[in-house]
Design a protein around this ligand. Structure first.
Ligand SMILES: Cc1cc2nc3c(=O)[nH]c(=O)nc-3n(C[C@H](O)[C@H](O)[C@H](O)COP(=O)(O)OP(=O)(O)OC[C@H]3O[C@@H](n4cnc5c(N)ncnc54)[C@H](O)[C@@H]3O)c2cc1C
Length: 478
């Protein structure tokens, strides 16, 4: 069989990594609630009004709290779920750790996560996302000539996008799907080349951003950055990092924040367990939560910030973990996908998790409207739907999974999506607008506020560090 090393081509062609990469499972649950302080007495207004209140115990909130506490500030984290980690969610229900949210450190060289992993002695394993096998029939990979034609179509797409990015503002309303259609027509792309071209767009862009190219604009394309080097996963779970960082922090889980009121004298945060008073608040809830207006701000957020929240998008990347009685797929590839189906916008990538945890596990990942549409189906139907791709690659006699985990991040009330995108009209400036503090009272962190590394764990971590530093600087300078 031939190996179709498509992603490698894409990364070279684009000179970027569109980083970022989910019962319908409730992402609220979790076995790793090591800091479950939900039973701690919840205060009324009596608690120390000098404390800094951090909302959200994801990597951004924990990083901010840890840095502030290290400087001697009194910090408390209010977290709505019954677990810490947010979109870092290691599930253990199958008897071994599986990451249902973030799984990779994308590009380790220069990545701020790398020294932390080293410091805490956490095991990681290289995940070669370039090692991808693309099937067009049972046991049949794309031919070399198929690959060449698909690569050339994708190159034409990239050239056109890069050209349009330099064009006047009006042209920048164009979506990436518009450009793809132009290329399909001008290059007269048909048959397996067309299917391969669409799959390449899904793999290189949609799976990474979590959104369909119909909902992505030229303006925001390739605006974010990456480090260099390999990608790695955590055989024992990403949560180890969160647990190590959150040691000694006062985290109140199961505290759903409903309102943030602020004025010259301080902040008051209303939860379903009482009101917390403090000197400042750092809001790290996901963009999806801000978009839904789940938290009421009093006074309301500035118009500029509201407009930025509207312009930025929230993707829907989801995962289906499939545990089989035994491995029936090849050992070599890190990922596999079937591209010869008849539904144009359907693309599922299967990650060979056996490589990382020595268990017969495939992790299917899918995004955008296809991912959202699966949640309209009963769980068994959704699983059958995804299994059809495996049968198309490995034959009708493959075994049924013995256990499955299916996520639904886009319906999760604590995230309403997987991670942020620039959508059609959003930009780096919108992330900056989101990050802008309100006076000396309300600060904002979280992946959506860090456009340079949008939608990543390292972006979220850096955003938490940035707000802690901003706070310390403001306080030091009076
Ligand atoms: C399926 C999936 C795969 C991903 N893969 C990767 C990957 O491989 N590598 C990578 O770098 N990134 C990946 N990401 C993105 C990464 O997980 C996020 O960018 C990062 O974890 C965000 O951290 P955060 O602290 O900004 O937000 P979160 O982790 O979402 O933390 C925010 C916290 O706020 C809490 N909260 C929300 N509303 C309220 C409320 N009203 N009251 C109290 N608390 C509230 C939430 O429960 C949450 O704990 C992935 C994300 C998903 C969903």
């Amino acid at each position: 069989m031939d190996k179709y090393n498509r992603r490698k081509f894409l990364l070279q062609a684009r000179n970027l990594t569109y980083v970022g990469a989910t019962s319908w499972l409730s992402a609220c649950g979790g076995a790793f609630s090591n800091s479950d302080n939900s039973a701690n007495p919840s205060p009324n207004n009596s608690e120390d009004e000098q404390q800094i209140i951090v909302i959200g115990a994801g990597i951004a909130g924990i990083t901010a709290a840890q840095k502030l506490q290290a400087q001697g500030y009194q910090v408390i984290i209010l977290e709505g779920r019954d677990r810490i980690g947010g979109r870092i969610w290691t599930d253990n229900s199958l008897g071994f750790p599986l990451d249902l949210g973030a799984a990779w450190i994308h590009t380790i060289d220069g990545n701020p996560l790398s020294p932390l992993v080293k410091q805490f002695g956490i095991e990681t394993v290289i995940s070669d996302i370039e090692s991808q096998w693309i099937y067009k029939d049972v046991s049949q990979l794309l031919s070399k000539s198929d690959e060449l034609l698909i690569n050339s179509a994708f190159q034409a797409f990239m050239d056109r996008v890069n050209h349009l990015k330099k064009a006047p503002q009006s042209l920048q309303q164009t979506t990436l799907a518009d450009v793809a259609q132009q290329i399909i027509e001008s290059e007269e792309i048909t048959g397996i080349t067309l299917k391969g071209f669409r799959a390449t767009l899904s793999s290189a862009i949609e799976s990474e951003v979590g959104e369909d190219i119909a909902n992505l604009g030229i303006k925001g394309f390739d605006e974010d950055s990456a480090f260099s080097g390999a990608d790695v996963v955590f055989p024992q779970g990403y949560i180890q990092l969160v647990q190590a960082l959150s040691k000694d922090l006062d985290i109140r889980t199961k505290h759903l924040v409903q309102q943030i009121a602020y004025d010259d004298s301080g902040v008051q945060v209303t939860t379903d367990r009482g009101v917390f008073s403090g000197s400042q608040v750092i809001v790290t809830v996901p963009l999806g939560v801000l978009k839904r207006g789940s938290i009421k701000f009093s006074p309301a957020l500035p118009e500029e910030k509201i407009a930025a929240i509207e312009r930025l998008g929230m993707g829907a990347l989801n995962k289906l973990v499939l545990k089989f009685p035994q491995q029936f797929w090849p050992s070599q590839p890190h990922t596999m996908a079937y591209i010869n189906g008849n539904i144009p916008d359907r693309y599922i990538e299967f990650y060979n998790w056996q490589k990382y945890i020595q268990q017969p596990i495939l992790v299917a990942m899918f995004s955008g409207d296809f991912s959202r549409s699966l949640s309209q189906m009963p769980k068994t139907e959704a699983i059958q739907n995804i299994m059809t791709d495996l049968r198309s690659m490995f034959g009708k006699d493959i075994p049924l999974p013995t256990a499955t985990l299916l996520t639904q991040w886009h319906n999760d009330p604590f995230s309403y999506g997987s991670y942020s995108t620039f959508s059609i009209n959003g930009s780096l400036q919108d992330c900056d607008r989101l990050a802008e503090p309100i006076g000396d009272r309300v600060f904002f962190a979280g992946e959506a506020t860090y456009g340079k590394y949008l939608g990543t764990v390292h972006g979220a971590l850096l955003s938490g560090a940035r707000e802690a530093n901003r706070f310390i600087t403001k306080n030091t300078n009076g």
